[in-house]
Design a protein around this ligand. Structure first.
Ligand code: ADE
Ligand code: ZN
Length: 336
């Protein structure tokens, strides 16, 4: 076994938790085509190769355009179930033990898909993953930040029958020009309901959005957060408060946040003592799931096993999971 193969198989065995995963971003080209056929939805692609050829992104918006187009094929609760369970199986094969799953209700409601359809499919897939291979999962209901805050508030109220099934609310989609402050009232309402809060910030948007999310949305972690590195005072704040950052290395390369992985601020973030985790974001669009992200970092940065154990433990510590599960997973990581 050569060094790379040995590293890859150890990384696969390392128990991992994924905190930043959009379930709509797990739609693999073959499944997109299959669901389009099953549901009579027209797509501008003749085959898998044509879908792949379209996946060349210049920035976040060029990805989001395809992401919203792709989710048009999702219609029934069986579609959401099949999508989610297929990803959970792949993640299980990557050694992922737990996933905090983000989903975008507004991307579906506007197409006439009900919350009932969405929750029926996702909750069944989560129960199946637990029963079939012992994977734990939780849900993060995410708001689209490029839509009005009133729409987000309406979705939050509409989701009332499922509050017990949601761990947190999140904030995603086009970041620039949609600062966290826009959603202060929605997040205050989520807090009063007892929901935890996360938000994308500092992916494409400025470092000020990271501070804004902490100050006005009272989030317990920041999704991405990589642009914090441009602001030394912000880095110090994130380090002192040990705010978990859900970093997505292959996503950042695919969406040109960095030119190449070797340029990524991850090593500097670790050196600064930040609470970093590794995640896949939209694995069907960005070149792979958790193991691909871990392996790419091993190659680019040459991190040792202790570093990967730390990254994995950071994720387990920050995940929305029961305490007894957390304790068991932390022990497994320490012994891996
Ligand atoms: N929605 C899905 N993936 C996203 C990302 N990386 N940033 C913002 N919104 C998203
Ligand atoms: Zn994301």
């Amino acid at each position: 076994m050569n060094n790379d193969t040995a590293t890859e198989s150890w990384l696969a065995r390392l128990p991992k938790a994924e905190l930043h995963l959009h379930i709509e971003g797990t739609l693999e080209p073959q499944m997109m085509l299959d669901l389009a056929r099953r549901n009579g939805v027209r797509l501008p692609y003749a085959n898998v190769e044509a879908v792949h050829a379209a996946y060349r992104f210049d920035n976040l918006q060029s990805f989001l355009d395809l992401y919203y187009q792709g989710m048009n094929v999702l219609r029934t609760s069986a579609d959401f179930h099949d999508l989610a369970l297929a990803y959970f199986r792949r993640a299980h094969a990557d050694g992922v033990a737990h996933i905090d799953v983000m989903f975008d209700p507004q991307g579906h409601l506007k197409r006439g898909i009900t919350l009932q359809t969405l929750f029926d499919g996702l909750l069944q897939a989560m129960a199946d993953a637990q029963a079939e291979f012992g994977m734990s999962t939780s849900l993060i209901l995410s708001f689209l930040r490029d839509l009005p805050a009133e729409d987000a508030m309406a979705v939050l109220e509409q989701a009332k029958p499922w509050y017990d099934s949601i761990a947190a609310v999140g904030l995603d989609s086009a970041e620039r020009g949609n600062p966290p402050e826009k959603f202060a009232a929605v997040y205050a309402r989520a807090k009063s309901i007892g929901l935890a809060r996360t938000a994308h910030a500092g992916e494409e948007g400025p470092p000020a959005y990271i501070g804004g999310a902490l100050d006005t949305l009272d989030v317990c972690r920041i999704d991405h957060g990589v642009r914090c590195i441009e602001d030394a005072a912000l880095v110090a704040r994130l380090r002192d408060a040990q705010i978990p950052l859900t970093v997505c290395p292959l996503s950042n390369v695919a969406l040109r946040v960095v030119d190449k992985l070797a340029d990524h601020p991850l090593p500097a973030m670790l050196a600064a003592g930040l609470n970093v985790t590794l995640n896949s974001d939209d694995p069907a669009y960005f070149g792979g799931g958790m193991l691909a992200n871990f392996s790419a970092c091993a190659q680019a940065f040459g991190w040792n096993r202790e570093t990967f154990r730390t990254l994995s433990a950071n994720a387990v510590n920050a995940a929305f999971m029961p305490e007894d599960r957390r304790t068991k997973l932390l022990a497994k990581i320490a012994n891996c």
